[in-house]
Design a protein around this ligand. Structure first.
Ligand SMILES: [Zn+2]
Ligand SMILES: [Zn+2]
Length: 257
């Protein structure tokens, strides 16, 4: 028998977006569906970001980018004396072409492209494997992963670090980048029996986690197939990984100290 008292609502998980507030820097990792609205819901002004990293170009990681750029334009147009501070947009090789297709060559979005050029809103930075970047005291490193155009990022400030996999099948390049990191945010899209494409299951994730040995593992990018059986991920991880495990959901906040 079904009754409201017997069912626990599943946590909401929609689109990809992780905000790192680290070393005085606000860095958004991916900009998927509803990320701009969720930032505002969390009390964060989306136009105060310092940089955005796109792990790859799939729609669940990039679809809110036109909205984000429009928000910057509206903010700047409404505050003409606001100091010019372009948003650094970091992404895989092909980022400039992706951005041009999204907002310049699309006749219905080209006004966003015009705002972008006129107001110098976004500064695209294409990364390559093993290249790094420094913003203030924060060091960013990247590695190519096993997913179309996919890159992972490691963010270091002082002796604190966070690593984000983006989408990927289990890969040694990610293990190398994440080795000994304080916090690893890693995808686990499908249960092993339903694994499709270049993604990770609980078994692959357990292998990566035991090798990289982060202090804390945040498991993210869960497909609806996981609803109600997330504990199976923890069970699979516990065979070989002893660190703290957090299963992510929308608006989850994790402190790294
Ligand atoms: Zn993808
Ligand atoms: Zn994805």
């Amino acid at each position: 028998m079904l009754g409201t008292g017997t069912l626990k609502p599943s946590p909401k998980r929609y689109g990809s977006g992780v905000l790192l507030d680290i070393g005085g820097l606000k860095l958004l990792l991916d900009c998927g569906p509803s990320v701009v609205q969720k930032l505002y819901s969390a009390g964060i002004d989306a136009t105060e970001l310092d940089a955005v990293f796109l792990s790859h170009f799939h729609v669940d990681h990039t679809s809110d980018l036109p909205d984000l750029i429009s928000s910057y334009a509206a903010d700047r147009l409404g505050n003409p004396r606001k100091p010019e501070r372009p948003l650094m947009l970091i992404g895989p090789p092909g980022l400039v072409d992706f951005l041009e297709n999204l907002i310049d060559r699309n006749p219905y979005y080209s006004y966003v492209g015009e705002w972008n050029r006129m107001l110098k809103l976004v500064e695209p930075v294409e990364i390559g494997d093993s290249e790094g970047l420094k913003i203030k005291d924060v060091v960013l490193r990247f590695t190519e992963v096993d997913h179309p155009n996919g890159y992972a990022i490691r963010v270091n400030v002082g002796d604190l670090s966070v690593t984000y996999s983006g989408d990927t099948a289990p890969t040694e390049s990610l293990v190398g980048l994440a080795s000994g990191t304080d916090l690893l945010i890693h995808e686990c899209t499908f249960p092993s029996e339903a694994l499709m494409g270049k993604h990770s299951s609980e078994k692959g994730l357990a292998e990566v986690a035991s090798k990289a040995a982060p202090r804390t593992l945040v498991v993210t990018h869960l497909s609806p197939a996981w609803a109600g059986r997330e504990h199976e991920i923890v069970d699979a991880l516990r065979v070989s990984y002893r660190g703290r495990v957090v299963i992510a959901y929308d608006l989850l906040e994790v402190r790294v100290v």
